[in-house]
Write a new protein. Sequence first.
Lengths: 253, 447
Amino acid sequence: MSTPLLSIRDLHAKIGGREVLDGLTLEIGAGEVHAIMGPNGSGKSTLAYVLAGRPGYEVTSGSVSYRGQDLLSLAPEERARAGLFLGFQYPVEIPGVNNVYLLKAALNAARKQQGKPEVDAFEFLALVREKMKLMQMDEAFLSRGVNEGFSGGEKKRNEILQMLVLEPTLALLDETDSGLDIDALKVVAHGVNTLRSAERAIVLVTHYQRLLDHIVPDRVHVLARGRIARSGDRDLALELERRGYDWITGAAA
Amino acid sequence: MPTAAATSRRLEQLATEAGLAPRRQALLKAALAAGLPTGRDENWRYANLRALDRQVFSAAAVPDAEALQLAAAALPAALEGHARLVVVDGWLSTELSTTPLPAIVTRLENEDALSTTALDDAGASPTTTRTPATPLRAASGAPTVDLRFAQLNAALAPQTLSIDLPYGSTAAVELVFVATADASHSASHPALQLRIGDGARLDLVERHLGAGAAATFSNADLRIEVGTQARLRHTRLQQLGPRSKHFDTLRLRAHDGAECEYLVVAAGAQSARSTALLELLGREASLRWDAVSLGDRTQINDAFVRVEHIGRGTRTRQAFRGIAAGRSRLAFNGHMIVRDSAVGAASDQSLKALLAGTEAEADVRPQLEIYIDEVRASHGATVGKLDEQMRFYLLSRGLDPATADALLKWAFVEDMVARIALPALRHQVEDVMAAQLHTVIDTAELR
């Protein structure tokens, strides 16, 4: 059996002194799409932040191996350059830094890591235009401040646009579906689906099953009280839709 | 020895010096009798009054060829469409200014001018020998101590530059004050009086530059009258050298429907104190005051801006963005007054400072003094560090911490200068800010 792309073992993490992850173990192979579901407060977003290296999230024990590397020893920017991408639940607005600048700086940071030269300005614009078309975004967005004055849906599209430009090896999408109407959800899902490939993995953190109608996962995990309470295939998500979380979270107690 | 006492003694000595005309001696004595500001004065708490220690106040002599050469080398590229007036050590230089001088410009020499040296270019430009017009009165109720530096200027300035825009006319002027004289010998006291006639429009760029490596001392005084329905766009750039000390006083009065737009960028000098006393006298007169202050090393930059709403429906929008790096100290004190006559006035203040050095200090202070009910006033003031959420967002995209920090600092101040309509000026201002921030990013790419 090949080494999984991401291997999380017995992970414990605290935020503000409160234990939020309590012995989480999970393996994700290349080419797979996993959905992590669970009720509010079960630790879904914490997991995404811990993997991305957000300050203030303290790992107290356990390990995370990413492409054979100790992920937790890397700084956030090193994780990003190594191909990890976090799609934020609430993308932050940064007035004064325009979208095109950030996209280019992010792409060049990754290219530098791979020993490639800076992207050619012409090729870069062509690439961004192509991805924007896919996300049905207006080109005027490029010259605006990062997420500045964007609606909730526009912010989420912008996250996926960044992901498509950066082509990460492991994408963690934190509640990318929240706040989207059905049309926007389809656009976002289409964007994510175009990224599916044998060498990368996608982790969808979501509260609802409706996203999974559009991005069909290989595995579904239910998180409860900071650990995986149950894993299954897509049918598990459908069962959660019918029965709610109580029957699992109750059993995990 | 108390600073103020020692300074006053030196000024008293100056007041009795031979060569200082009796009228100026009287002005100086009156200012001294009233007393220089001290740290105990409400509006001077954050000013670096130690800058006055051992300071020589005597006005610098007419700049010689060497000084003019230094000044010429310090001048930035000329701005398209702007007449340029260059004042070196308080003296208008016709060599470095636009020739011929625009008709709206007059140089006022006092009969009792400090220096009896022949003027460099006597007769080459319109000059008069009348004494400067009576200064604008102090804004009603302003502590007169806030005018002390203006009084010193009145007593010591060798010339007053006067700009008078006739009714309905339009002009663009770049005013460059260059300080070259060494502070251990003399000081620079530039003075400007500006009248913008009814319905006239003026774009004014005011720079304070250092030339050469000299430690300089300057004390500038500006008096501005903005006529009915007139418009003033005033960009002030303080980019003096790292050993300079600087004080300036701006008094402005706006009449009915006048629009005044300010952008003030302070990036230079070892120590600077800027005092602005602004009167919105006429109905519907409006003021926008955007200020950026960037401190580094051990720089001290203090600004006091007093806005007095007197006319009905007068409006002010004030924003301050300061970044204190190194061991610098920044202060911005925005005092808004709404008199009982200013029915329907509106005032909005947003003052923010960023601490970018572990030993840096910043004080932002909004003060509201309102005498009526029918007014809209809002204010916010914060001093903090870079936003952690924004920072993490940038890091999560692979940007290194130095780049992320530089971007966030840039973003913090950039929207203040983004409004500059003239691209060449905007780029000059951005270059000054980028240099002061030692930014690692290519700010041209952010335009």
